[in-house]
Design a protein around this ligand. Structure first.
Ligand code: CP
Length: 361
């Protein structure tokens, strides 16, 4: 459980020294679990202070490299502004225009499309930057392969600076930080026992399950009661689900249940968290996936009548969002929507994280 912690001045929070995945780089953030409960509370408390207007040049003289192998609106902009406001320098690079694909597998003959190996790129970038943030692009052919997140782990293995995951196939810890901050602002720091319905929504361009994986684990770790609803065939990653079941069993106030429909999940919920994600059953088969969405879309639109099943339920969605296909205009623009607040919280949480990772290094 994430314990509520008392407010403290950002300057007295110690430099980050938490756990890390097997890698050569100092502690970074590949998954939310890389932050212990106390460090997670530190990041969120610090984020509150940044949002309240604290300005500190925590990154003065420091540079952070941002490498995007896929596009981004929120993550990129929030980081660019965050580094600027913290007095540092951000270097933003997009694969395909600023640089090229990189090979992540060790020991291969590099006769494919990637002209450079992560081993070399990470070593060189580590000499310029104090941290590197990566948004990899999963190959999209086989979930059994992409779920290993080999790209981001290769960067962590070969870099000598902290690596931050800006959304891999398996998880999106930065979105989870902003979502936790939003939940704490709405319900208070103790989220134990609050009910969250995580519901699948239709989209012809569904995202991967990364955001939902991270939100599911973050909610259960906070002692929330999660009701998960999706059409058959949209089951989440089995490894994540087994971690989720274990977390759910750990917390007397929380737990995980499955609902057959979004409406069942929304009953008595304090939060409806909507998100499209692709069928892992049809992973790599976009035609089949699109035709399934077309048949399933009607029952899964989040509208006023679904929201009314909850306990004054609030709407969350990580964005981008397809209006009137995933969520109706009236819910999205209504007083119960936390969607813009979630997006706004990407900035203070990314400032909080950078400050903790880089302070004292
Ligand atoms: N939610 C999110 O990560 O948005 P972007 O893809 O625009 O960064």
């Amino acid at each position: 459980m994430i314990p509520p912690s008392s407010p403290q001045d950002p300057s007295i929070i110690a430099p980050f020294s938490g756990a890390q995945t097997a890698s050569n780089s100092p502690a970074g953030l590949i998954r939310l679990n890389d932050l212990s409960d106390s460090r997670l509370s530190d990041v969120l408390d610090l984020s509150d202070r940044f949002k309240a207007g604290v300005r500190r040049p925590e990154l003065a003289g420091k540079s952070v490299g941002f490498l995007f192998f896929r596009g981004s609106l929120r993550t990129r902009t929030a980081f660019e502004v965050a580094v600027h406001q913290l007095g540092g320098q951000g270097v933003h690079m997009s694969a395909g225009s600023d640089f090229w694909e990189v090979e992540a597998r060790d020991g291969v003959v590099m006769d494919g499309t990637a002209p450079e190996h992560v081993r070399d790129a990470a070593a060189v970038m580590s000499t310029y930057c104090d941290a590197l943030a990566i948004r990899p692009r999963p190959a999209g052919n086989a979930w059994a392969v992409d779920r290993r997140d080999e790209g981001i782990h290769a960067w962590a293995r070969h870099a000598s600076v902290p690596i931050i995951n800006m959304e891999s196939a398996l998880g999106h810890p930065l979105q989870a930080l902003a979502d936790l901050m939003t939940l704490r602002e709405t319900f208070g720091k103790d989220l134990a026992g609050k009910r969250i319905a995580i519901v699948w929504t239709p989209s012809p361009t569904p995202a991967g399950p990364s955001v939902v994986h991270s939100m599911l684990l973050a909610a259960l770790r906070s002692g929330m009661q999660v009701s998960l609803a999706h059409p058959r065939g949209y089951e989440l990653d089995e490894g994540v689900m087994s971690e989720a079941r274990a977390l759910g069993a750990e917390h007397p106030s929380g737990g995980l249940e499955h609902a057959n429909t979004a409406r069942d999940a929304a009953k008595d919920a304090h939060v409806v968290y909507a998100r499209s994600w692709m069928s892992l059953e049809n992973y790599g088969n976009s035609t089949r996936a699109a035709s399934r969405v077309a048949t399933e879309r009607r029952d899964w639109l989040v509208d006023e009548s679904m929201m009314q099943l909850g306990k004054e339920a609030r709407l969350m969605h990580p964005m981008p969002i397809r209006r009137n296909l995933e969520v109706t205009d009236s819910v999205l623009d209504g007083p119960r929507s936390l969607v813009y607040q979630q997006a706004a919280n990407r900035l203070p949480t990314q400032k909080g994280l950078l400050s903790l990772l880089l302070r004292g290094q």
